[in-house]
Design a binder for this molecule. Structure first.
Ligand code: SF4
Length: 339
């Protein structure tokens, strides 16, 4: 069985080339071609014909297929990609003042069961490989003819539930001869897998860790995020404090505001109390209504009140700017509507 060459880290590829009797720098040339989005080894014109054939006999180059592409009025692009096995994933490209940001998927579906999320409705089908995660960026960048400067691992899937592949992807996306996206321009969002957060703290990757918190007490959080039964809030926040102490990196807490569930003043005060003194920032996200869950969007006034209450209590908080509201922009909806 041929392997997808994009699943290899640069170091592994260099090792493979040495084992094939090739020079190490040839691996770097091949790696650079892959990141530019070539679709076959025969396009790698600075490699000899013999080497290209050798590569062709050993590996394959994955090429994602676009099943659907939606462009919103504000320019946000959403791709629905079909993998080689027919499974579907989503990628969203947003333009900000500071550059182009891509929100990418790490799994096909998700097992975490968060109530507000369409991606988990059918469970997890499988993990994406490192190459398939990277392909989303390579394809989008080539399609737009523009450089992607920021990456958010916040699409379909729980990145830390696909730990090894995500770490391999992070190593490759950061390579100078590749897409060269700095770790500080990458955010990884997790629902709170404590054991993996501890592991991540040791990786020496100065990415931004983003925690989907969404509730201020265990009863509420467990009712919308089943992961909380395994890792309750006090355990999660203790791990977060240890993470910031070890990495010196600020954690971003995602708090989805759901009308009548967690969008009132007592919740805002409780949240401020939980995070007091931590190197952190809160990102408030008014929920996108998902038909299947029946959750309601908070009023504009409630969102504003919540943010002000946090700021008054010394917690840095912003409201996520909404992009792509006229397309199926909420995570997992485009995939769900096309299955
Ligand atoms: S929010 Fe993230 S972790 Fe939770 S179900 Fe959706 S994709 Fe999975």
């Amino acid at each position: 069985m041929k392997k997808n060459i994009k699943d290899f880290t640069l170091e592994e590829l260099q090792q493979c080339f040495l084992e094939m009797g090739e020079k190490k720098f040839r691996a770097l040339q091949c790696f650079a071609w892959l990141q530019q989005g070539v679709e076959s080894f025969h396009e790698m014109t600075n490699l000899s014909k013999e080497l290209r054939q050798k590569l062709e006999d050993t590996f394959f180059v994955s090429v994602p297929k676009v099943k659907k592409k939606q462009i919103a009025r504000d320019g946000t692009i959403k791709y629905l990609f079909e993998n080689h096995d027919g499974t579907l994933i989503e990628t969203v490209i947003m333009e900000y003042k500071h550059g182009i940001s891509a929100c990418i998927s790490t799994q096909v579906g998700c097992n975490m069961g968060c109530r507000f999320c369409a991606s988990t409705i059918g469970g997890k089908e499988r993990d994406l490989t490192a190459g398939e995660i990277l392909d989303q960026l390579i394809f989008a960048s080539k399609d737009m003819g523009r450089r992607i400067s920021n990456v958010v691992l916040m699409g379909i899937g729980e990145p830390l539930d696909n730990y090894e592949n995500v770490i391999r992807f992070l190593k490759n996306v950061n390579q100078k001869s590749g897409l060269n996206i700095g770790y500080r321009h990458i955010s990884l969002s997790t629902c709170g897998l404590v054991d993996k957060i501890e592991k991540l703290a040791g990786e020496q990757m100065p990415i931004t860790l983003s925690i989907s918190l969404h509730s201020t007490n265990n009863a509420d959080r467990s009712s919308i995020m089943p992961v909380n039964r395994k890792y309750p809030i006090e355990v999660l926040l203790r791990t977060c404090r240890e993470y910031t102490a070890r990495t010196k990196r600020r954690i971003s807490f995602e708090y989805t505001l759901i009308r009548g569930v967690n969008d009132d003043k007592p919740h805002a005060r409780e949240l401020a109390g939980l995070l007091r003194g931590m190197l952190c920032h809160v990102n408030l996200i008014p929920v996108n209504a998902v038909k299947e869950t029946g959750l309601k969007r908070p009023t504009r006034e409630a969102v504003e009140m919540f943010q002000q209450e946090l700021l008054k209590n010394g917690i840095n908080a912003t409201v996520r700017r909404e992009l792509g509201t006229d397309i199926d922009a909420a995570c997992g909806q485009l995939r769900k509507n096309n299955q």
